[in-house]
Ligand binder design. Structure first.
Ligand code: NAD
Ligand code: MG
Length: 340
């Protein structure tokens, strides 16, 4: 029943031999994946906007750079690594018209294909290598001889060779060094959205903010609250990351262990689980995707307003004063804040 972890030794780069890979976009994932593939011996070209900021950088970093349609024309494998909400239009206007029979199209996230914003023609293979980490880490880990784990999937297997190709791509970017798991576009998309909304981005942010507000409302110093619920959250997370949850519990004080085990489930209680289920349902039904698409296309004013509210929150003010001290960037006075 346990998912099988595919390791580096099991995968061959052969499907990429003599092939040209066009990486579209030179942002977080595009740059990392292009550099890693090239260092793995793969022939990589880039498809970018002429005159865009990435164009010169990619040239400086030694790549042959073409306008997107021309890069697609020259390629056997096209990696679509531009922001999800930009993909549908670029796909329609610049990628799809130049795709040839039997080519491979790769995504790093299933969003646009899963929700039908992109409908690939039936004569190409459609695959996904979704690294489970930010682009910068995908590059740094590769350079250290390691990798960031990834999920791989095949949405459409026209040639019958899509699985070998997607695994070769995963190996080329270093992901198999850390292990890759087979999934589907649906599972990757839904778990990614549910995870970031309920735990990683939305959940953590709210947990920390509400904890901070609670302490400050009780009259404690905001700086003390910041150290307690924001700064130390990172240190606890590192323990969970490295040793697991019981490993973390074994490494905090016995008082923290007892208090955490008994009070935690009362704070993050069954109501929270219910809320998580509701959020998951909105992702699974496509309601969240439709809402986000509308927001994106109407200029993201809501998003900007929500960001502005957060920027004005006390926790940001306190953080802006404390971080230069915590990270030793205070640069000799003027940083405000008293230290302890
Ligand atoms: P990004 O925002 O870092 O990079 C975008 C790149 O695309 C830039 O080079 C930008 O100039 C270019 N671009 C933007 N709009 C364009 C347009 N209209 N036409 C042509 N080029 C355009 O994007 P990213 O975060 O690397 O995301 C790329 C894909 O990777 C997305 O599918 C995302 O979900 C996925 N992904 C990202 C991460 C991550 O760490 N950022 C992790 C896993 C998966
Ligand atoms: Mg995500």
């Amino acid at each position: 029943m346990a998912a099988r972890i595919i390791r580096d030794e099991e995968v061959s780069l052969d499907p990429l031999k003599g092939r040209t890979v066009a990486v579209i976009g030179y942002g977080s994932q595009g740059r990392a994946q292009a550099l890693n593939l090239r260092d793995s011996g793969v022939n990589v070209i880039l498809g970018l906007r002429p005159g865009g900021r990435s164009w010169e950088r990619a040239r400086r970093e030694g790549f042959d750079v073409y306008p997107i349609p021309e890069a697609v024309e020259r390629a056997d494998v096209v990696m679509v690594l531009i922001p999800d909400m930009e993909q549908p239009r670029v796909w329609r206007e610049q990628i799809e018209p130049r795709l040839g029979e039997g080519m491979t199209v790769d995504f790093a996230h299933g969003f646009t294909v899963h929700y039908g914003l992109i409908k690939p023609p039936e004569y190409v293979d459609v695959v996904m290598v979704a690294p489970k980490g930010p682009g910068q880490l995908v590059r740094e880990e590769y350079e250290r001889g390691r990798g960031v784990p990834a999920l791989v999937a095949v949405y459409q297997d026209y040639t019958g060779r899509a699985w070998d190709m997607v695994l070769a791509l995963a190996k080329g970017i270093g992901a198999t060094r850390a292990g890759v798991i087979k999934t589907t576009f649906r599972e990757e998309t839904e778990t990614d959205l549910i995870g970031e909304q309920t735990v990683l981005v939305g959940g953590l942010m709210e947990l920390i903010t509400k904890g901070f507000e609670t302490l400050v409302e009780l009259g404690y110093q905001p700086e003390v609250a910041y150290f307690e619920v924001l700064n130390e959250a990172k240190l606890i997370m590192d323990l969970i990351w490295r040793y697991g949850i019981t490993g973390m519990l074994e490494r905090v004080s016995v008082t923290a262990r007892y208090g955490g085990l008994t009070v935690g489930p009362r704070v993050i209680d069954e109501h929270v689980r219910e809320n998580m289920r509701r959020a998951a349902e909105r992702v699974r039904s496509g309601e969240f995707a439709r809402e986000w698409l509308r927001e994106y296309e109407s200029g993201m004013r809501n998003l900007e307003r929500l960001m502005e509210e957060r920027r004005r929150h006390l926790i940001e003010e306190v953080g802006a004063r404390l971080r230069p001290i915590i990270f030793g960037e205070a640069g000799g006075g003027g940083g405000g804040g008293e230290g302890s």
